[in-house]
Write a protein that binds this ligand. Structure first.
Ligand code: NAD
Ligand code: UDP
Length: 319
């Protein structure tokens, strides 16, 4: 049985990757320090023989006894309010954590895939964003801790690939959503859905003309899996190219949830990118991948998930 180490395994994407790798017949070592994750996301896997959990901070030396075939490095705070709250940990997990895992990959001769992000393009001046675009990032702005950690992560990954011959993969993930997102992580979908559930008005930041392109988690995981199994070592965008303004998106959520809240406007956070849309030509050509789930279908599944939360969980996320 091939063995895979998944870091950030108790988080949103990490937990879906655990499910997928178990389904593909791997032995899964799930690692997390639970700084933004929740064991609830993976507790259904605990009884399985081909699954184990290690509570560990990957910025500290990572030791795995025996053979290891693959590493999926997904540990990192991922939402703007998380990485503003824990900026140093964000920098450390992108830099020191990635260094540790690349060292482990080298020692074990394992293939490693690292989770990069559309944020490495910053507030992009090229639209849609192709992998060749170098980005427009404010290094010293509040979001810089995340963006620069991820840019360093890509650089050190390519250095290990070129200098040490480690088999590396880099996925640039664009806004992904679905069940198991944390209701209070501040990202726009949990924020709007939490507000809808509590009967509060929806808070659009700025005038809502900024755009995003939202990818349903099942599509994202399929793209990541195909990239892992491919022989392509340069970065690949994986995201859904259907772009929408945040104001239109708030209106869609009001329609979906069938409640009668209003939209209210709050100041736009500093360096909030004005537009974001992946060019996925490379993923189509190299991986034969493109998203299949429409926003309507994906949002319905996500809303159904958030509706199962208890009144107690909802109360805890009130502002
Ligand atoms: P998440 O916050 O749900 O999951 C991240 C997980 O990493 C959490 O369980 C957290 O506890 C864990 N973690 C953080 N620091 C750690 C450390 N030092 N040691 C061990 N575990 C640690 O976020 P997510 O949305 O699942 O994102 C996962 C990865 O995907 C991140 O690397 C993120 O940058 C990347 N990404 C996500 C998106 C998205 O839209 N969800 C977009 C771009 C990139
Ligand atoms: N946003 C908003 N209201 C909220 C939360 C977010 O208008 O309550 C906006 C945010 O300013 C950004 C977009 O929604 O323009 C997406 O934000 P998110 O935090 O989900 O991800 P980002 O793509 O900015 O990392």
């Amino acid at each position: 049985m091939k063995k895979v180490l998944i870091t950030g395994a108790a988080g949103f994407l990490g937990s879906h990757l655990c499910d997928r790798m178990i389904k593909e017949g791997f032995y899964v070592i799930a690692m997390d320090n639970l700084i933004t994750g929740d064991l609830k996301n993976i507790e259904h896997l605990f009884p399985l023989e081909q699954f184990e959990f290690q509570h560990h901070d990957v910025t500290k030396f990572v030791h795995i006894p025996g053979d290891l075939d693959y590493i999926l490095h997904f540990a990192s705070p991922a939402s703007p309010i998380d990485y503003l709250k824990i900026p140093i940990q964000t920098l450390k997990v992108g830099a020191l954590g990635t260094h540790n895992l690349l060292g482990l990959a080298k020692e074990k001769k394992a293939r490693i895939l690292i989770a990069s992000t559309s944020e490495i393009y910053g507030d992009p001046l090229v639209h849609p964003q192709t992998e060749e675009y170098y980005g427009n990032v404010n290094t010293i702005g509040p979001r810089g801790v995340y963006d620069e950690a991820k840019r360093f992560q890509e650089s050190i990954t390519m250095a290990y690939h070129r200098f040490h011959g480690v088999e590396t993969r880099i996925v640039r993930i664009f806004n992904t959503y679905g069940p198991r997102m944390r209701l209070n992580d501040g990202r726009v979908i949990p924020a709007f859905m939490g507000q809808a559930l509590r009967g509060e008005d929806l808070t659009v930041f700025g005038d809502g003309s900024q755009t995003r392109s939202f990818c349903f988690v099942d599509d994202e995981i399929e793209g990541i899996y195909r990239l892992l199994m491919s022989d392509y070592s340069l970065p690949v965008n994986i995201g859904n190219p259907h772009e929408i303004t945040i104001k239109e998106f708030a209106e869609e959520i009001i329609n979906l949830t069938g409640t009668d809240q209003k939209i209210i406007y709050k100041p736009l956070p500093q360096d909030d990118p004005m537009q974001r849309q992946p060019d996925i030509s490379k993923a189509k050509e190299i991986l034969g991948w493109e998203p299949k789930v429409s926003r309507q279908e994906g949002m319905k599944k996500t809303w159904d998930f958030f509706k199962t939360l208890t009144a107690e969980e909802l109360r805890k996320t009130e502002h």
